[in-house]
Design a protein. Structure first.
Length: 228
């Protein structure tokens, strides 16, 4: 491979750095998940490292924008991408009266009807998720994280995993959140300007590392258990 060709490829960390300014909540785990779902197909080096091109980054930007601004499930985005790969054109489905989402998920504000429509969730399942504390409305509005939880719950329900099963996931997330809070507590106690911003950046970095660790541990456990 020529030096010019090598420079045209990026590591997953470099891709993350390019995207996080526009999509603050994207993580390495998210990019790997999109690859596992078949939405992107980065090249691999002989040693197995992912090699992303600028076209891969633009494809990721397209996917993340469709999720953020159109609230579309990955299945719909994948169908659209596959049609584009075949040279076909098509119109995006238009969700009913769902406001465009700002960059930060916490700033999204959806009514109950808008959340049900955007997530494709049933009224009964949404009520169950609320009863188990997995989703909470604030001033009768739901944020982007509630939308993400609702979509995940709909997808997991197809595998027989319901709200009562997801309590364990919530409990684990709360324990991991507590670890992150402990790690950044010294920064929050500082009185110098910028300490809170540094605490936020540190928390996001630890969050990404924890997600990678969580994914690796799950894969190890599943591989061990499924291999007998």
């Amino acid at each position: 491979m020529s030096a010019q060709a090598a420079r045209s490829h990026m590591s997953i960390g470099e891709v993350l750095a390019q995207l996080q300014g526009e999509f603050p909540d994207v993580t390495i785990s998210k990019i790997r998940f999109l690859e596992a779902e078949g939405l992107i197909e980065p090249q691999r080096s002989p040693s197995g490292y992912r090699k992303f091109t600028h076209a891969d980054v633009e494809r990721l930007r397209f996917i993340l924008t469709a999720q953020r601004d159109r609230y579309l499930p990955l299945r719909v985005i994948k169908d659209h991408l596959e049609a584009a790969d075949r040279g076909e054109s098509g119109e995006w489905p238009r969700p009913r009266a769902v406001p465009a989402a700002p960059a930060a998920p916490a700033e999204v504000r959806l009514s109950r009807a808008e959340l049900i429509d955007a997530a494709g969730i049933g009224e009964d399942l949404l009520t169950e998720l609320e009863d188990y504390g997995l989703i909470e409305a604030v001033a009768r509005r739901y944020d982007g994280e509630a939308l993400a939880v609702a979509r995940s719950a709909v997808a997991l329900a197809r595998f027989g995993l319901h709200a009562r099963h997801l309590r364990a996931v919530k409990a684990a997330a709360e324990r991991e959140t507590s670890l992150v809070e402990q790690a950044v507590a010294p920064l929050l106690r500082q009185r110098n300007p910028g300490a809170r911003d540094r605490a936020g950046e540190t928390a996001r970095e630890i969050e990404n590392l924890m997600l990678d660790l969580h994914t690796a541990l799950m894969r190890t456990g599943l591989r061990r258990n499924l291999s007998g």
